[in-house]
Design a protein around this ligand. Structure first.
Ligand code: CO
Length: 307
């Protein structure tokens, strides 16, 4: 049964922004089931988007009963895709759609690396949704981003090293490119990760595009360590625009060009962290925790405090 018009749960005073599609799950059945909404920045690169599909397969494997939906947070990316005829939903639209389909228990898992501006934008969208009439009786838990404490940081650092290319020689540097954030305090999570990583492997370095540590910090470490070769890897969910252009691009400013000018031979690895099993499992565990919190007795469900 599709969803036709407002149900008795709605006041009917507001049109649904998202039309239900054919094959929508049965409303009664939906009320018994949990839904997972994965929130990602998004990408307009089809190859990179396939990493989302692969992650979805793992989510389904772990949570075969749950309804799985996706939301793209970047309006620019969503507009680009819409121009190609590919419709994607924002977090608010996806939540509205889930509520309209009858889902009352929703875990939102962001695939952000730090609890920074993008992650908090998702939380803001959820808060706005909660204030709507359609959100009444809907329980939402928010899964933590990748790096959300010391234990996550150690797990991720170990997984980064485990995912190093097999051809890496002991003297080769591993250079990871994180996104970073000039405007958010959670940028410090990258400093913490770089510190843990460096203790595990002094030739494993982490820099960021927009925050700290910087590419200059990486360059300085390469110079003082006498590195002649480096493997470049994105520390981002997918190998999208930043990995293809800022990291491995032909331009003078790319990390590859900059390090090559400094006499370091670079080999880029175009694979995002969603395809690193150890890192992927941290996100999957955060999702499991969010789903578990929804199953907790009434009053304990919902919000997971971050700090
Ligand atoms: Co960016």
């Amino acid at each position: 049964m599709g969803v036709q018009g407002p149900s008795i749960l709605d006041k009917g005073d507001r049109p649904r922004p998202v039309a239900s599609v054919a094959g929508s799950p049965d409303r009664k059945e939906a009320m018994q089931r949990q839904a997972v909404l994965i929130a990602v920045f998004g990408t307009s690169y089809p190859d990179a988007a396939q990493a989302f599909e692969r992650f979805g397969t793992h989510v389904r494997e772990r949570n075969p009963e749950a309804e799985l939906r996706w939301a793209y947070t970047s309006t620019v990316v969503r507009r680009k895709l819409a121009a190609r005829g590919h419709h994607t939903e924002s977090v608010e639209e996806a939540l509205e759609h889930l509520a309209a389909d009858g889902f009352r228990s929703i875990a939102v898992q962001s695939l952000h690396t730090i609890p920074g501006a993008e992650y908090h934008k998702v939380r803001g969208d959820i808060t706005r949704f909660r204030h709507r009439e359609t959100a009444r009786d809907t329980h939402i838990a928010v899964g933590k981003p990748l790096l959300c404490g010391y234990a996550d940081t150690v797990r991720v650092a170990k997984a980064m090293l485990a995912g190093a290319p097999a051809q890496r020689q002991p003297d080769d540097a591993l250079v990871f490119m994180g996104h970073g954030s000039e405007k958010h305090a959670a940028d410090l999570f990258y400093i913490a990760l770089a510190s843990v990583l460096g203790r595990l492997d002094p030739r494993a370095l982490l820099g960021t595009v927009e925050g700290h540590p910087t590419l200059d910090d990486v360059l300085e470490a390469c110079r003082s360590g006498g590195c002649r070769r480096a493997w470049l890897l994105p520390l981002m969910a997918i190998a999208g625009d930043h990995a293809l252009n800022d990291m491995a691009g032909e331009g003078d400013d790319s990390w590859q060009s900059t390090l090559t000018r400094a006499g370091i031979a670079c080999t880029p690895v175009l694979s995002g962290t969603l395809d690193n099993p150890g890192i992927r499992n941290v996100w999957l565990d955060h999702l499991t925790a969010a789903l578990m919190s929804l199953r907790a007795p009434f009053g304990e469900s919902g919000h997971i405090p971050l700090f």
